[in-house]
Write a protein that binds this ligand. Structure first.
Ligand SMILES: Nc1ncnc2c1ncn2[C@@H]1O[C@H](COP(=O)(O)OP(=O)(O)O)[C@@H](O)[C@H]1O
Ligand SMILES: [Mg+2]
Length: 281
């Protein structure tokens, strides 16, 4: 049964010492707290999706976990081996793909490691290409290779597929799942797509009011299918947690969300193809 407990996912680490531990995190930009006493733990090798309305603070949390932003209040315990992939690939345009991947690596065999990472993401044939000659999907593969080559224990993904077309997005989702299985980092994936969360993650956290407002296990066997009863039930539950009314959605005209192509696709927010897209979270 598809919604039976998964027997062999990489996230089935025995609950023990978390690889990420956050307590009482507060962050504000002048007007009110974006993060307001937020706490969370991530277990080694777990795959967690982070959802929430646009502007609720998901990227702020991810930047703090990447140590790109300060954490003025609260405690944050993180592994040293971290990597982050953003919605845009952020490649250095005047460096070839391989050099982008190995940038900052101090290993004597950095080039071999970079080539191996490119091989894993199916991009070794583009190692000598300039970033601007890559397609959107290729550029995100390069960004994934750059993350992978650091052998992260924590992989932070901030809507990494949001700018990709639907087909490329599906391929990238499969690639991320494969890489997670083989390397077993703890993954925290920010997404506004409920289906994406249910396809990939074993836990979904919903952010609201600067905290984790809901923490929902996703005990579905893999590979996952949209039509499975367990999948459908969890989709309804997640949409409810996000304050999205499915019946209301089904009667709406499709509309774009946050100006991103992927959000306009049928099935955005996990609705079946043919259903209308949801308003911005
Ligand atoms: N550097 C910043 N300066 C001022 N306000 C910011 C900054 N970064 C984020 N914010 C504000 O914090 C809130 C949360 O932003 P963000 O974390 O990007 O949300 P999300 O990723 O959930 O859409 C928003 O209101 C945003 O405008
Ligand atoms: Mg964001």
């Amino acid at each position: 049964m598809s919604h039976a407990l998964s027997q062999s996912t990489a996230s089935q680490s025995i609950i023990g010492k978390p690889v990420v531990s956050v307590r009482g995190l507060v962050r504000n930009f002048g007007a009110g707290n974006v993060l307001d006493g937020l706490s969370l733990d991530l277990q080694p090798g777990s795959f967690t999706a982070l959802l929430g309305r646009s502007g609720c603070g998901k990227s702020t949390l991810l930047r703090t976990l990447a140590r790109l932003d300060p954490a003025p209040e609260g405690t944050v315990h993180l592994p040293d081996e971290r990597a982050v992939v953003f919605q845009e690939p952020r490649l250095v345009p005047w460096m070839r793909v391989l050099r982008n991947v190995t940038l900052g690596l101090r290993h004597s065999d950095a080039e071999a490691r970079g080539l191996a990472a490119l091989e894993e993401v199916g991009l070794s044939h583009r190692a000598c290409a300039w970033p601007l000659t890559l397609s959107g999907g290729e550029a995100q593969r390069a960004a994934l290779a750059r993350a992978l080559v650091r052998e992260p224990r924590l992989l932070l993904l901030d809507e990494p597929f949001a700018a990709l077309d639907a087909l490329t997005r599906m391929r990238m989702q499969g690639l991320v799942e494969t890489l997670w299985r083989s390397h077993a980092p703890a993954v925290l994936l920010v997404t506004h797509d409920v289906d994406e969360a249910l396809l990939l993650a074993d836990r979904a956290m919903v952010m609201a009011n600067g905290r984790i407002a809901a923490d929902i296990p996703i005990p579905l066997a893999r590979p996952r299918r949209h039509g499975d009863p367990g999948f459908i039930a969890l989709r309804s539950r997640l949409l409810a947690e996000l304050g999205v009314d499915e019946e209301h959605l089904a009667t709406r005209e499709p509309q774009r969300t946050e100006g991103r192509a992927s959000a306009a696709k049928p099935g955005g927010y996990g609705l079946p193809a043919g259903a209308a897209a949801a308003p911005s979270l």
